[in-house]
Design a protein around this ligand. Structure first.
Ligand SMILES: [Zn+2]
Length: 119
């Protein structure tokens, strides 16, 4: 089974890390797949560039992945009320797998949306 995460156009793009409504940075990235819940028969396709809001971009730039994870989990809890230890642990695992893939497949520096300035 394959599921594809589709990207919308830059101007309406949300943050791929914390789900903030408005992303300000784009990271060039190869399309890659990742496992879901450790199952090799179910793979999620992460297609092309990733987008980040300003706070996430700063954390990524400093390599503060633990803080980025805390930020993202907090945002998810606010949005979806998923505030149990089990859900949080499962989500942490999914984020780790996705972000590891992102780090392995990223192809260049972040570009500011609309401006074209590199980081
Ligand atoms: Zn963000």
């Amino acid at each position: 089974m394959l599921a594809t995460v589709r990207r919308t156009t830059d101007s309406r793009q949300g943050c791929d890390f914390c789900n903030q409504v408005r992303a300000q940075w784009r990271y060039p990235c190869r399309t890659f797949t990742r496992t879901v819940n450790g199952r090799d028969d179910v793979r999620l396709v992460l297609a092309g560039a990733w987008h980040a809001c300003e706070p996430c971009h700063r954390l990524i730039g400093r390599g503060q992945w633990g803080r980025l994870r805390s930020r993202t989990l907090k945002r998810y809890q606010e949005l979806f009320g998923t505030d149990t230890a089990t859900v949080t642990a499962a989500m942490s695992e999914q984020l780790n797998v996705s972000w590891l893939g992102f780090r392995e497949n990223r192809t260049g520096p972040a570009v500011r949306l609309g401006g074209g300035t590199h980081e």
